[in-house]
Design a binder for this molecule. Structure first.
Ligand code: NAD
Ligand code: LMR
Length: 316
């Protein structure tokens, strides 16, 4: 299997590449692309770790050599938030980058699974879908917006200093909707047991929605989440790989097209298969507070989707 990371020299790209070098199955190939000149150095550095994963760095303006023959493409390319910014403020910088990179994917590895990390994810995945459609290679099963960080956070926030053992089984809490502000809806009701009153449920949802901004504020201008994001992307990538190699019953949350009546793109639980999404899974039943949160954010989510689609249609 060949895994390409586009944006590999960045805050997410570097720790993600390290984790991939450590955890990809023996015999895998890791292709690291970033226009930053240090990318070859990142690859040389990682190549000194004694695992059976071949790693090569690519830089310059053209990612084609990194993408040639790739089975999975992970894209953490583009700029990150600073305090006071919303994810949507990144649209004007990142939409062009995503559009260009996905055009290269369409040419060099049209059957690859593509996982987009770049924000705003809610709009970037529609951008990528439009680009792939125009190139005639779109298959909704193979395009993902990465929302695993929201799942990871929901799991972590179940524990506390007093109850560090309270971490739930991995994958039990779905996070649905999208990946920005109030579109992030963790479904803690899937844990079962006592949820608390409506205000307590709303507060747990709010904490996950606010988590990215908490990191941005704490980093005070030096970027957004990188390390937990790298862990989340590794987790998602390994699930894609296991499913691609035929393992059954692999379930993840991801922002994908199809499967939801109220929005064309929606983050939901998906069962993964050899070709990407094998089945979108229901998240019912849920608590009325969770349902109200979904209903309230749908107009905003649909607006972000529309912005991504229009961006490509106006240019092409
Ligand atoms: P960063 O600025 O540290 O790194 C971005 C990298 O992208 C840089 O190395 C830059 O050289 C590279 N890049 C720029 N243009 C490129 C191009 N055309 N092709 C390939 N690479 C290019 O930023 P970061 O902290 O790594 O974050 C990257 C993106 O991921 C941001 O948009 C951020 O908002 C997003 N993000 C998403 C999630 C999520 O849950 N989906 C979580 C955290 C961050
Ligand atoms: C996150 O959730 O941490 C990322 O989307 C980065 C951000 O800008 O918050």
């Amino acid at each position: 299997m060949k895994i390409a990371v586009l944006g590999a020299a960045g805050g997410i790209g570097q720790p993600l590449s390290l984790l991939l070098k450590m955890h990809l199955p023996a015999g895998s190939e890791l292709a690291l692309y970033d226009p930053a000149p240090m990318t070859r150095g990142v690859a040389v550095d990682l190549s000194h770790i004694p695992t059976a994963v071949r790693v090569k760095g690519y830089t310059g303006r053209d990612p084609d050599a990194a993408l040639e023959g790739a089975d999975i493409v992970l894209i953490p390319a583009g700029i990150a938030r600073k305090p006071g910014m919303e994810r949507s403020d990144l649209f004007k910088f990142n939409a062009g980058i995503v559009m260009d990179l996905v055009q290269h994917c369409a040419r060099c590895c049209p059957a690859a699974l593509i996982a987009l990390i770049t924000n705003p994810v809610n709009s970037m995945v529609p951008v990528a879908a439009e680009v792939l459609k125009l190139a005639g290679v779109y298959d909704a099963r193979r395009l993902f917006g990465l929302t695993t960080l929201d799942v990871v956070r929901s799991e972590s926030f179940c524990a506390s200093d007093e109850r560090p053992e309270a971490l739930p089984v991995q994958g039990v809490i779905p996070v649905v909707g999208g990946h920005s502000g109030n579109t992030i809806i963790p479904l803690f009701s899937h844990l079962g047991g006592e949820l608390g009153d409506d205000a307590a449920i709303a507060e747990r949802i709010r904490r996950v929605q606010q988590a990215g901004t908490d990191v941005v504020d704490a980093k005070a201008g030096a970027g957004s989440a990188t390390l937990a994001m790298a862990y989340a992307a590794l987790r998602f990538c390994l699930s894609l790989l296991r499913a691609r190699q035929g393992e059954l019953g692999i379930i993840e949350c991801a922002y994908v097209e199809g499967g939801h009546a109220a929005a064309p793109f929606f983050s939901q639980r998906v069962r993964l298969g050899v070709d990407g999404v094998a089945e979108v899974l229901s998240y019912a039943p849920i608590h009325p507070v969770e349902q109200a949160a979904i209903d309230a954010m749908l107009p905003g989510l649909n607006e972000e989707i529309r912005q991504g689609i229009d961006f490509v249609r106006q240019l092409m």
